[in-house]
Structure formats: structure tokens, C-alpha cells
Ligand binder design. Structure first.
Ligand code: TTP
Ligand code: MG
Length: 361
């Protein structure tokens, strides 16, 4: 049985601003663009979220929902620096760290460096060290696999610590709404609901064969995950290379149909590049830059490696729809694929890392 922790900083950019400027503490703040221009919210403090202010919302709409909202310009270098500092704290306990974004990571603490043994104790210590040393809060999920740990870290935000142990695992999966399942996009969720699958318990009624027949390769994953089985390892030094295409428009665009057409063209360009380099990848990233230069990215990791325009586009449109944009003016769109299937390269790396001397002539 593995011991996996997923950690995700609370209202990350906003918390850093409230920490560095005490006059902002306890206040509704939004980090992002200004509401006078055509700004967009990157993230909001928990005080602001009570008013319905959310990431990717236009700053104008945010101000409408929360008239006392204070807008702050992002300071990316500072966030990057804090991201490195939390990484150093994680490294006190394990080297098996897989960062997912600037503010979240998986840790495998099955064999922790300090021989503490209890993953809950380790998560608690990390929370305390981040609070005492960096004056920020983080939420943690502790479980036996990545899937459950990630869902758990989100359950008691902010400043939460949620443990889903082996004895609670099956019941937890049965109660889980179908949208929360890894890799289930909007389209698949809709299809599942039309079959009467709303919760894990409904999914569990299905045989492996019928899941495969109706949902392809992913059917196999759903069959296993609903039974609490997820063997995906925590992968440190994951190759961060990507292949992508992006376009800055001559005039800002807000029309969703037109934007989707452009995404389709970008997906095609990415397909061409991937085929040329003979690469297949499974993480798809959408980048959107708004009129005020605020930029957001959204990613999703699929169950299988892909390289075709249709598959890339399907994932990108799913990410785009989830943003729930309301006519915000957009100046740039980008599509990229990363997380490549590279057996030869990763083998070479594994061989080289333990013997650095071999690299020196
Ligand atoms: P999240 O972890 O998604 O959000 P959060 O940390 O602000 O809030 P939560 O407590 O719910 O975890 O993202 C981390 C940071 O990344 C966030 O502070 C701002 C930035 N970000 C963007 O710039 N654009 C986005 O679309 C999202 C989702 C986040
Ligand atoms: Mg966060």
C-alpha cells in the first residue's frame, strides 16, 4: 500500500499578496487585470469568493458582484520563488515529488526520508512548516493513490487535511459524483448520465466489457478506479517539453464560435508538428491571453497518448467550455501537448542519473 499526499496552496496568488501587504488581510481581493480595461481575475481571496468572484471571470463582472473588491497586479516572480520554497520543504520528506502546477504537487511518502511513517503526520508537519516559515496555508489530501489524494485535498479547503484511508476507500468511490472522475470530460459525463450513471455506485454495476465497449480504452480505467485501484506512479523530473502553436490576433476577439474555429486550426497545426517529430502526448494545455494581457492556462491529462487533430481539439474545446467565458475580449489563443511517450529517452535518463561521472569526459 503506497502513501500519497497531494498538496495545493490556498488561493495562492491572493494569499501571497495578503501576506506581503498586511493591509489586504481579511479583505476581498482579486489578483489580475483592472476592471477599467478589459481585465480578468487570475484568482481571488476567499473573502472575495463569498461574493461569487472566480478565476477567469472578467474583472468588470467581479466588481459588479463585489463592489468593495480590491484589484492587485500579479507578481509572477514572487509566486515562482514561493513555489520553489515549498518544493524545498517537500524535499525534507521525499524526493518523489511530481509538481502539477506552480502551487500543487504529489508526494510519494511510502518511504519518507525521516522515517516518520505516518503520511498524516508528514502532511501535518508540511502544513505547519509552510505556515511557520512562509506564512501561507496549504490544503492536503492523503490516501493510497494519486486519484483519491487529489480529490481529498480539495474537500476541506482552505487549510484542510483530509485522509481517505483504505477502510473508507470503496465507500468514498461509490459516493463520488461522476464528473469528479479523472479523465471524465463534459461529453463523457453527459453520456454516462444518459446511461443512468451518476455516482461511483452506478458505475460499479457495469462490467469491464460493457465499459470498454461504450467508452473505449478509458472504460478499463473507470472499471479499476471505481474499485479504488490506481497504480499511476508519482513521477519526478517529468519531461516538461511540449509542442504547441499559438496566435495573437490583430483585433481582440470575443465571439465563442470564432474562437473555437481558431482553436481547431491551432489543433491542426499542433498535429502537423507532432507527426513530424513522431511524438504522442497526453497532457493538453489551453492558453488564453485577454485584452489586458492577463493570461490563464488550463490543462488536462488524458488516459491515452494522442497526436490527432480531432483528439486534441476535443480536449481543447472541453477546457475552453469549462472556462465559462462571457464575451471577454481575447488577444491570444494557444494549444499545446506535453507529457510525451518517450521510452528510449526516459530509459537513458534513468541510466545516466545514478552515474553522473559517466557524463564527464
Ligand atoms: P489554483 O490552485 O487552481 O487556485 P488557487 O490556489 O488560487 O485557489 P484554491 O484555494 O482553490 O486552490 O491555482 C493556483 C494559482 O494559479 C492561482 O492562485 C492563480 C493561478 N491561476 C491562473 O493564473 N489562472 C487560472 O486559470 C487558474 C485556475 C489559476
Ligand atoms: Mg491552489
Amino acid at each position: 500500500m503506497r502513501k500519497i499526499i497531494h498538496l495545493d496552496m490556498d488561493a495562492f496568488f491572493a494569499s501571497v499578496e495578503q501576506r506581503d501587504f498586511p493591509e489586504l488581510q481579511g479583505k476581498a481581493i482579486a489578483v489580475g487585470g483592472s476592471p477599467d480595461g478589459r481585465g480578468v481575475v487570475a484568482t481571488a481571496s476567499y473573502e472575495a469568493r463569498k461574493f461569487g468572484v472566480k478565476s477567469a471571470m472578467s474583472s468588470r463582472e467581479a466588481l459588479k458582484r463585489c463592489p468593495e473588491l480590491i484589484f492587485i497586479k500579479p507578481r509572477f516572480e514572487v509566486y515562482k520563488e514561493v513555489s520553489n520554497q515549498i518544493r524545498l520543504i517537500f524535499q525534507r520528506y521525499t524526493d518523489l515529488i511530481e509538481p502539477l502546477s506552480i502551487d500543487e504537487a504529489f508526494l510519494d511518502v511510502t518511504h519518507d526520508k525521516l522515517e516518520i511513517g505516518s503520511a498524516i503526520d508528514i502532511a501535518q508537519r508540511i502544513k505547519e512548516e509552510i505556515f511557520n516559515e512562509l506564512h501561507l496555508t496549504v490544503s492536503a489530501g492523503v490516501s493510497v493513490n494519486k486519484f483519491v489524494a487529489k480529490i481529498a485535498s480539495d474537500m476541506n479547503k482552505p487549510n484542510g487535511l483530509t485522509f481517505i484511508g483504505p477502510s473508507k476507500l470503496l465507500q468514498f468511490m461509490e459516493k463520488l459524483p461522476i464528473e469528479k472522475f479523472y479523465g471524465v470530460g463534459k461529453v463523457t459525463a453527459q453520456k454516462m448520465k444518459s446511461f443512468g450513471i451518476f455516482f461511483g455506485s452506478d458505475l460499479k454495476q457495469w462490467s469491464q466489457e460493457s465499459l470498454k465497449r461504450n467508452f473505449g480504452k478509458s472504460g478499463q480505467f473507470y472499471y479499476q478506479i471505481v474499485r479504488g485501484i490506481d497504480d499511476r506512479p508519482v513521477e519526478p523530473n517529468r519531461i516538461s517539453k511540449s509542442i504547441g502553436a499559438e496566435d495573437t490576433f490583430e483585433e481582440d476577439i470575443s465571439d465563442a464560435l470564432l474562437l473555437k474555429e481558431l482553436l481547431s486550426t491551432l489543433s491542426e497545426r499542433v498535429e502537423t508538428r507532432m507527426k513530424k517529430q513522431q511524438k504522442r502526448g497526453k497532457t493538453i494545455t489551453l492558453k488564453v491571453k485577454f485584452a489586458d494581457f492577463t493570461q490563464i492556462t488550463r490543462s488536462m491529462t488524458l488516459l491515452q497518448y494522442i497526436d490527432s487533430k480531432t483528439e486534441i481539439y476535443a480536449a481543447i474545446v472541453d477546457l475552453f467550455d469549462k472556462l465559462g467565458l462571457q464575451d471577454q475580449e481575447i488577444r491570444l489563443l494557444g494549444v499545446s501537448v506535453s507529457n510525451f511517450f518517450e521510452p528510449a529517452a526516459s530509459m537513458a535518463r534513468q541510466l545516466l542519473i545514478p552515474f553522473p561521472g559517466l557524463l564527464e569526459e
